[in-house]
Design a protein around this ligand. Sequence first.
Ligand SMILES: NC(=O)c1ccc[n+]([C@@H]2O[C@H](COP(=O)([O-])OP(=O)(O)OC[C@H]3O[C@@H](n4cnc5c(N)ncnc54)[C@H](OP(=O)(O)O)[C@@H]3O)[C@@H](O)[C@H]2O)c1
Length: 320
Amino acid sequence: MRAAVVTAPESPPVCADFPDPEPPPGLEALHLVGAGVHNVVRGVAAGRHYRSTNVYPLVPGIDAVARTGDGRLVYTGFAQAPWGTMAERMATPFALDLPAGADPLAIAAGINPGTSGWVALADRREEVGALDTVLVLGATGVSGSMAVQSAFALGAERVVAAGRDPEALDRLRSLGATTVSLADATPEALAAALRTAFAGTPPTLVLDYLWGWVAVAAFAALGGTGMHDDNTPGVAYVQVGSLAGDHAALPAALLRSRRFRVTGSGIGAVTKEQMLAVIPAVMLHLADGRLHAPYTAYPLSRVGDAWAHRGRTRAVVVPD
Ligand SMILES: NC(=O)c1ccc[n+]([C@@H]2O[C@H](COP(=O)([O-])OP(=O)(O)OC[C@H]3O[C@@H](n4cnc5c(N)ncnc54)[C@H](OP(=O)(O)O)[C@@H]3O)[C@@H](O)[C@H]2O)c1
């Protein structure tokens, strides 16, 4: 079959022949409709991700929309390495039917970034009853923008959205978010801007796609002050991405001054079952337009261009 093939760490994929995968007993091979080039896909293929196998050659791709032998459109993923989803055919352990009328390429583009926020938002809402204020750090990327939309869809009263790109921040403001610019900010200035945006009430949930200095500034903004009891549900701080740095120093005083919990969201921290459980809701919201996943489609023969694609849309690889 034709497939995107990566032959060495940090090499972009090329379109080449690759052996067909063998489906597990009782399952059929699925036919590619569209596979998203998510950041995690590049990282795993390059050997930079904690899920990298470092066995080459490999077919990249963690998820896809595919067609079954009887013509159904399904969302699928978790192919067994060295196979991935950027191939004409894939063997995968699950297949979820797409909602009627859904744009298959928006689903291929949107499930990975969409679920990254949705899992934590839905869990926190269940835990404390209501989302109140949510802070999204790195809100201008595809995942962060979808996290802002998801927070409103799940009933957040206020969403504070921090990012660099002014046009993307404008769009988030038009959705109702309070925006904070990271462009040219110092950690001290960012902490002050976040405190102002919280307006006296810290967020119930933080979704952090950046980490590094941005997290350090957020920690400074989130610390409690004074001797009064904290009657809020506390802050659940969820680490999702680390585009601004792999490390962030956590101040001791923050952990003593309010109920503050740091966890991560990703393959490993979140079980496959938890991820699969929220995908139908995310698909429905993508299908009816409450979530928006902009994409740019590239044929498999141009997978190198899809790999190099950056910007406000998610690259999706489709068959030629
Ligand atoms: N754990 C999970 O389940 C999961 C799922 C999806 C994504 N992620 C991770 O989350 C991160 C974001 O993903 P995405 O899909 O939103 O990516 P994306 O669409 O490529 O957007 C990346 C965003 O990060 C911002 N950015 C990059 N470097 C930055 C820096 N040094 N300081 C501040 N902002 C910076 C850019 O901001 P500007 O445009 O404003 O410059 C851009 O908007 C990635 O690390 C990804 O791997 C994790």
